[in-house]
Write a protein that binds this ligand. Structure first.
Ligand code: DGL
Length: 263
């Protein structure tokens, strides 16, 4: 069973890809909807939340974890790996950075993510490690997470479009030909982002990480139908609604509320 977690709905962008690549695997998803957002919080708080999320997932029969959260990957990935040695734990930075360096033609890459991720410079470090010459334009976009959590996810949504216009102006002016969506909530509104930056290669950190997870399950049986268990830490109703719109399918699995503070 694969464990996936995020502060809320964003990790569903990774879940969607993992489900597509590995239809036969069982998945347990936890969205910490009661404590979202993580990206505006302190390092200590993000680490505490991340450990509790992992403690919950490890009560399930998991054999790998996708940390479907740029903020947790930037802040706590090493700590989680130290606490759970032997359990493969994949974050969302490495795969996206590799994809961006592979695709950019003018070596100018934009990175958008939460404030915690941008301040940690995690993408910058990984990109420079891969290519010291790459020019990086980084920008925190804190309003995107509440927009997604509130269901403002239609590509025609004018509010989301206007916010994207404001946030992405510098990146458009910089001439970057590639943009990393460094927060897993952002692929949910990628069509609004693409409207502002036509012609720019948009790299989803969720998709790149899902491909890394899929590589661990290369012997997965595609004819089997994997089960999914969804858990959240607050009222499941809003999650169910927005998740169904984003996943383009009615959630035919129960969403269970848990008390994450117990873990
Ligand atoms: N989706 C998360 C990320 O990738 C967290 C967003 C938030 O909770 O602020 O950073």
């Amino acid at each position: 069973m694969i464990g996936i977690f995020d502060s809320g709905l964003g990790g569903l962008s990774a879940y969607k890809e993992v489900r597509r690549l590995l239809p036969g695997e069982d998945i347990v998803y936890f969205g910490d909807t009661g404590r979202v957002p993580y990206g505006t919080r302190s390092r200590e708080t993000i680490i505490k939340y991340a450990l509790q999320d992992m403690n919950f997932l490890t009560t399930k029969n998991i054999d790998a974890v996708l940390v479907a959260c740029g903020t947790v990957t930037s802040t706590a990935l090493d700590i989680l790996r130290e606490k759970y040695p032997g359990l493969p734990i994949i974050g969302v930075i490495e795969g996206a950075a590799k994809a961006a360096v592979g695709v950019t033609k003018n070596n100018r890459v934009g990175v958008i993510a939460t404030a915690a991720t941008i301040n940690s410079r995690s993408f910058e470090k990984k990109l420079r490690e891969l290519d010291p010459e790459v020019e990086i334009i980084a920008r925190a976009c804190p309003l995107f997470v509440p927009l997604v959590e509130s269901g403002f996810i239609s590509p025609d949504d004018e509010v989301t479009y206007l916010v994207a216009e404001r946030y992405l102006a510098d990146i458009r002016e910089s001439g970057a030909d590639t943009l990393i969506l460094g927060c897993t909530h952002y692929p949910v509104i990628s069509r609004s982002i693409a409207r502002v930056l036509p012609g720019v290669n948009i790299i989803s950190s969720s998709k790149a990480a899902a491909e890394q997870i899929a590589a661990l399950y290369s012997h997965s049986d595609p004819t089997r139908q994997g089960r999914t268990e969804f858990y959240v830490s607050d009222e499941p109703c809003g999650f169910e609604q927005t998740a169904s719109i984003f996943l383009e399918t009615k959630l035919d699995h129960d969403v269970t509320r848990i008390d994450i503070e117990k873990y």
